[in-house]
Design a protein around this ligand. Structure first.
Ligand code: UD1
Ligand code: MG
Length: 475
């Protein structure tokens, strides 16, 4: 296979139509930036050199590039004088032989497969200038491919410079090109700003290379979804939906049941084993991985979560956590970073947990907050228990042993340790350690004031009911 020697990605544009304080190419789709998707598609081509032209939001784009493509060379285009100008700058300092692949940083759906086929066709035809094209039902805004009588490409004309006849052409320039390096350099030197936008158009290079007597090629792709460029938020949403369908399709083909693919949003880097079932309204993002047999959703968000085999997570929001094999989460649990549920553990309804380990088979079934705690195995945390981890200034740790029974509505004021097999009485405020096998009781003793309702609430429905039950006014 022939690979391009140099890849140039154009990403200096303002992205004005996004109306955003964030660079257009840094907007995310399915857990990866738009630019990230483009660079990922280019990777398998194994070009010797990757050059990215940056301009608007230069610092942020540069920082992102350093993270996702540390070997890329960034080229700064201070003034946006057009795609031709951007390429001129990128060529300075690049290899001077071989081939140059050029594409825009705003076409996130372009696949490595399409690029590979495009490159192969270029080489098979000894082309000096190839351009990827597609027939669009609505070609408005794109450059149009003008073909000669023999059907070969003769030039590209931009929407703003096109005649009415040219505007009627449905074949558009996808903005992906492969050039012979020296032919491109020669043509680039001849570009002029003689057009309606007063810019150097890279597209003019095609006609210049043709005029020099070399082969130019327009390579049509059938899947026009792939070449969609993002210029505004509607197109961002459109591409996001297409990406969702592509990802869900791949995952369903690998043996995952997705009950409603239209409301299931899975990031590109999530891994989901076969025989997982995902119910409607779920968002699976970041590096989340889900093992076989797990059941997720409905309406569940998992961000960077490890879900082990056979676990169930219903109507819950979880991030940076681990959910053990056959564990149960939800409905309405909130697992925050650092939560680790061991196998068969449970986090039930209206339970919030952060930075805590819940041991094997242990349960936090109802209405509790667990923060900065280590809980052993086989332990039950009664309803409405609160781990009081914050003294107003600092966070403190709570340790709960194995086979512990924490009574309902216990406050465990950290730092505190509850020994193995210990109990706490319901409603206790536990401020001191409870040794193994003991019960910690920390609440006022109950006192009944007899007849109080009949004396103080005389005539009320409660007093009448008490009377019927035989209560009297005496103390
Ligand atoms: C361009 C093509 C058009 C094609 C379309 C495909 C030209 C003149 N026109 O139009 O034929 O149909 O893409 O999407 O090339 N950029 C720079 N520096 C600049 C100008 C642009 O880096 O000075 C970058 C932009 O960030 C963007 C890409 O080049 O990633 C394309 O620029 P854009 O302004 O979007 O061109 P289009 O009008 O879409
Ligand atoms: Mg564009």
């Amino acid at each position: 296979m022939n690979n391009p020697d140099v890849v140039i990605v154009l990403a200096a544009g303002e992205g004005t139509r996004m109306k955003s304080s964030v660079s257009k190419v840094l907007h995310p789709i399915a857990g990866r930036t738009i630019l990230g998707h483009v660079l990922e598609a280019v990777k398998p081509l194994q070009a010797k050199e990757l050059r990215v032209v940056i301009g608007a939001h230069k610092e942020a784009v540069q920082e992102h590039l350093t993270q996702i493509a540390p070997t890329a060379t960034s080229v700064y285009q201070a003034e946006r004088n057009g795609t031709g100008h951007a390429v001129q700058l990128a060529l300075a300092g690049a290899a001077t032989t071989g081939s140059v692949l050029i594409l825009a940083g705003d076409t996130p759906l372009l696949s490595a497969q399409t690029l590979k086929e495009f490159v192969a066709i270029h080489y098979a035809n000894n082309s000096s200038a190839s351009v990827l094209t597609a027939d669009l039902p609505d070609p408005f805004g794109y450059g149009r491919i003008v073909r000669d009588d023999e059907g070969a490409i003769s030039r590209i004309v931009e929407e703003r410079d096109a005649t009415e006849d040219e505007k009627a052409i449905s074949e558009i320039n996808a903005g992906v090109y492969l050039f012979d390096n020296s032919a491109l350099r020669e043509a680039c030197a001849k570009l002029s700003k003689d057009n309606s936008q007063g810019e150097l158009y890279l597209t003019d290079v095609i006609a210049l290379i043709k005029e020099a007597g070399k082969v130019a090629l327009a390579v049509r792709t059938n899947d026009y979804n792939e070449i969609l460029g993002i210029n505004d938020r509607s197109q961002l949403a459109e591409c996001t939906m297409i990406m969702r369908d592509i990802i869900n399709d791949r995952i369903m083909k690998s043996g995952v049941t997705i009950i409603d693919p239209t409301t299931t949003w899975i990031d590109v880097d999530a891994t989901i084993a076969n025989d997982v079932t995902i119910h409607p309204g779920s968002v699976i993002s970041g590096s989340t991985s889900i093992e076989s047999g797990a059941v997720i959703g409905p309406r569940t968000t998992l961000n960077n979560v490890i879900v082990k085999a056979g676990a169930k997570v219903i109507e819950s929001t979880c991030s940076d956590s681990e959910i053990g094999a056959e564990a149960n989460v939800g409905p309405y649990s909130f697992l925050r970073p650092g939560t680790k549920l061991a196998a068969k553990a449970k986090a039930g309804a209206y339970v919030e947990i952060k930075n805590s380990t819940i041991g094997e088979g242990s349960k936090v079934p109802h209405l509790s907050y667990v923060g900065d705690a280590t809980i052993g195995s086989g332990t039950n945390i009664g309803a409405a228990t609160i781990f009081v981890n914050y003294d107003g200034v600092e966070k403190h740790q709570t340790t709960v042993g194995n086979e512990v029974r924490i009574g309902s509505d216990t406050m465990l004021v950290a730092p505190v340790t509850i020994g193995d097999g210990a109990y706490t009485a319901a409603g206790s405020i536990i401020t001191e350690d409870v040794p193994a096998g003991s019960i910690g009781v920390a609440r006022a003793k109950q006192r009944n004031v007899l007849g109080w309702v009949l004396r103080k609430r005389a005539g009320s429905s409660s007093a009448e009911a008490a009377k019927r039950a035989g209560a009297t006014e005496r103390e």
